[in-house]
Design a protein around this ligand. Structure first.
Ligand SMILES: Nc1ncnc2c1ncn2[C@@H]1O[C@H](COP(=O)(O)OP(=O)(O)OP(=O)(O)O)[C@@H](O)[C@H]1O
Length: 308
């Protein structure tokens, strides 16, 4: 009797766990990876629901690439549990691979081929591939479709990498520093492409050093420092940014003036009264994502040093 009840409870719990895990594109618990004596990933936890755009931030050497390469099945973890689209990437099958799109930091392997040749060639690897010409157009390379890859600029090569990452219509897309080398216009276009993919339900894990990119694209950001997740939040909420003090600045009679305050509306109202209307050079700012990120990285470095 007790045994039967226990089995029933166990089955129900397992059904709940399965339902939760099914909804996750990526699930990582206690991930560890060391290279000799260098601990690159040190007990990392991460859960990314399907359909989310997630940005992984962190200073050079924090463990981002190692983590992502384990998720992609290119590196073996030393410990921890990893599920990507319900599968341990160590046991990746061709069927699983076809559901995952990967844009690495740089490929540049097809120097002799034209853009159209490379994309058409890659499309043949996937049963459900997208239309290659449509993909070339989406990444803004139509004008360069007959140019050899070796003749492309750095930003154009990157667009070709992105085209190869999305040609198989992946459910999950990994983007490692995707817009390095893009001019501002190309970055905005690329952001539009990512938003379209996200709107179509693609889960996206992105690493970037551009904080404005994380802010523009990500539903949530995770900050890694020394192989650990030190913060996880929406871009607006990271480091309790929403409640941070505001700075009100204006042009006073003797030069620029400013005031840090928790009640910027009241300060602005008082200024409007003082100036009898329009306040010259008025701005109200709160810390940017970059400000809170840098403070976080700094604090983490100090607390680690103190701990050592
Ligand atoms: N193949 C390797 N052999 C030895 N050490 C490595 C190897 N790959 C990475 N490391 C080390 O592991 C740590 C984490 O590196 P990783 O490349 O994962 O960081 P990252 O956050 O991606 O950095 P970046 O922003 O510079 O790309 C670093 O100290 C790095 O020197």
């Amino acid at each position: 009797m007790i045994m039967k009840t226990l089995i029933r409870i166990f089955r129900r719990e397992r059904a709940i766990v399965d339902a939760v895990t099914e909804n996750l594109a990526i699930s990582v618990r206690g991930l560890r990876k060391a290279y000799g004596r260098t601990v690159a990933v040190d007990g990392l936890d991460l859960a990314i629901p399907r359909g989310e755009v997630f940005a992984l931030l962190g200073p050079n050497g924090a463990g981002k690439t190692t983590t992502v390469e384990i998720l992609e099945g290119f590196r073996r973890a030393d410990g921890g549990e990893v599920r990507v689209l319900g599968t341990d990437p160590r046991n990746a099958t061709p069927a699983w691979r076809s559901r995952v799109g990967i844009v690495l930091q740089s490929t540049g392997e097809f120097e002799e081929l034209t853009v159209a040749e490379v994309v058409h060639h890659f499309a043949r690897y996937y049963a459900g591939a997208d239309d290659p010409d449509k993909v070339i157009d989406r990444v803004g390379l139509t004008e360069k479709r007959d140019a050899r890859a070796e003749k492309l600029s750095g930003g154009q090569k990157r667009r070709l990498d992105v085209a190869l990452g999305i040609i198989g219509r992946p459910e999950l897309l990994f983007l490692d520093e995707p817009t390095t080398g893009f001019d501002p216009e190309a970055r905005r276009e690329f952001w539009g492409l990512i938003r379209d993919l996200a709107a179509a339900g693609t889960t996206i894990l992105l690493t970037t050093h551009y904080l404005d990119e994380a802010e523009a694209l990500a539903d949530r950001v995770g900050v890694i420092a020394r192989g650990r997740m030190v913060a996880l939040a929406t871009p607006a909420e990271l480091g309790d940014r929403r409640n941070a003090m505001a700075t009100v600045s204006w042009q006073g009679p003797n030069g620029p003036e400013s005031e840090r305050t928790n009640a910027p509306t009241a300060v602005v109202a008082a200024l409007a009264e003082r100036f009898g209307g329009e306040v010259p050079g008025l701005t109200v700012t709160r810390p940017t994502l970059e400000d809170v990120y840098l403070a976080m990285i700094d604090k983490n470095a100090i607390s680690k040093e103190e701990a050592a």
